[in-house]
Ligand binder design. Sequence first.
Ligand code: GLC
Length: 744
Amino acid sequence: MYRILQNFIYLLPLILFLACASEKQDVETRNMDRFIDNLMKEMTLEEKIGQLTLYSSFMDETGPFMNEDYLDYIRVGRVGAVFNAYTTEYTREIQRIAVEETRLGIPLLFGYDVIHGHRTIFPMPIGETATWDLEMIEQSARYAAQEATAEGLNWTFSPMIDVTRDPRWGRIAESSGEDPLLASLVGRAKIRGYQGDDLSQPNTMLATAKHFAAYGFPQAGRDYHTVDISELTLRNVVLPAFKAAAEEGVATYMTSFNDLFGVPASGSNFLLNEVLRNEWGFDGFVVTDYTSINEMVPHGFARDDKHAGELAINAGVDMDMQGSVYHDYLEELVDDGKVNEETIEKAVRRILTLKYKLGLFEDPYRYNDKDREETMIMTLEIMDFARDFARKSVVLLKNEENTLPLSDDVRSLALIGPMADNQRDMIGSWSAAGDYAKSVTLRKGLENRLGTNARINYAQGTTVNGTDRSGFSQAIAAARNSDAVIMALGEEYWQSGEAASRSDISLPGVQEELFDEIIKLGKPVVVIIMSGRPLTIGNVDEKADAILYAWYLGTTTGDALADVMFGDYNPAAKLPVTFPRNVGQIPIFYYAKNTGRPESEIKFTSKYLDVPNTPLYPFGYGLSYTTFGYSDITLSSDQLPMDGELKATLSVTNTGDRFGEEVVQFYTRQLVGSVTRPLKELKNFQKIGLEPGETKEVVFTISAADLAFYNAQNELKAEPGAFHLFIGASSADVKKAAFTLLSK
Ligand code: GLC
């Protein structure tokens, strides 16, 4: 008894603190609810509907335009939010109209696609993910929020957490690739970075989990195309990242353009009310993607815009992006008895709640701080981070005979290709307010690194697209007169991203012809590929001495690449997506199933006649300038109780001559299930740094919860039975061990 009393006294201060904090929170919530209740009592139905309307301004174009005079709509209180508007001055003027010229003065939200940076552009998200560095990914979002909020923005349409296994689909560039866990962890990191732990801070902003849901599975990789997947795939592959976003406290969701189970996402009661709100308890608001309510008419799911508006509001869509459907028809729908005013009021409350949490009612101009705009953007700190983040995104795919890193003694370098001295493509698609005129090209980065110590013989050689061969001879001459050759090839920024699917994902134009001509000279050739997607680069892979996959690295591209090429940074990035040998293999991904006739030399097994089943490069693959050795795995037990945990341990040694980082990956396989199960599933990873000769022990802990999946009855459960676990340098280069999950 005395001991209990002693512990209680010891813990009393903490108990009192928590009780006070909780009481303070309750008081703040009660104050907010009271404020919103009173405001809503003042609002007309037209003003309520105004809060559900989002219009685009004219500083960026991210879709078809639907209206020209949204400022007048603001004046009469019929707009709740604006996107594609930034800078302190411009947003202050628009906010002033809302606050000072409308009857109730309700402040606006200002949204924008801050996807991989705002002014300082970081690598494309698929490149950011290749770092497997969640802290850096979170920090990049924090810097993006710092810059965006300094220019009047308080809402970003990011993170994009669509899992996809189809590089024909251009928006793979904005994604975190094929893996549900990686997409979940990256999404959480970005939400933390954007929203921080206090939305009322002037350097934090609302995040958006998009595109809800399954947008990354369009038929034939064609953007906006039909999605037809099973609920097993939806629950086990697509939804985990969106559920993680809800758990992380994301403020908003954006519905996707596609239909799912025959229902367009913006009209899907299943997705929005059943899953998002009822199953996951999400209490923020749902905005549509650009005019996707209207698009339920061409989908053949709504008779006309008015019918589409009825379907959307009753399915759980709170805000209409650019479609003017709520603006034009909701009042009529209420009069017709098709929509309850209570449904509208729920949506209004969700939106007003987030405006309150941002502090906009307290100070509508809190994001219009000229001093922040002048001091918080493209700072040295952010630029240094951007360069470090960019070089950590570069994947070393091939490095024969240690062609890389280049020696500082090099006297002459040929720099050839259409991506070598090109500023616009460096910042990729969805580059927001990024100014490409400030991006560092590869050519500039090499000049910065080499100074006058080496001659750079530059020749563009050809264009990215088209059949211009007139520059071949100059490029060949440059190569002849150089010790080594660097070729910078790829796609233009607009060839991935939205509305940018390709049926052929090889290098465009005549770039491969140029490459073949240069290869004939017998010089060491380093190829750098810049693209928003995996390309089919089998020919380059066969003949080049070294290959760096650079995605689009953003503002600091050239300096980051120079750091990697001369070994100032030893590359450690790993592929977040499988690279197919050819487009015919797509979809190809590491968590495939075994099938009843797994590939073998026997004819009647699952394989192609013309290409192996294996990819060109597997998920999780990436080389280093050093090498790593992996010991066998030791298990704490080969039996895992349903309520217990098991440790898998192995040692990793740096067997080379320079410091290097390694992303040690941990996968499992359930050998037999109530439904067929994948050959591997990523369950965890650790990024470790090792000095030459250094060995580190890496321990992964696993429990039944890590093995749970949605079964055919939509139950999230782990099933007892035999499992394999794998630890290694990629999904295809692993050590293996076996264990049994016990029934209790
Ligand atoms: C676009 C994109 C979406 C973006 C929105 C606003 O169509 O699909 O990702 O956030 O419109 O620009």
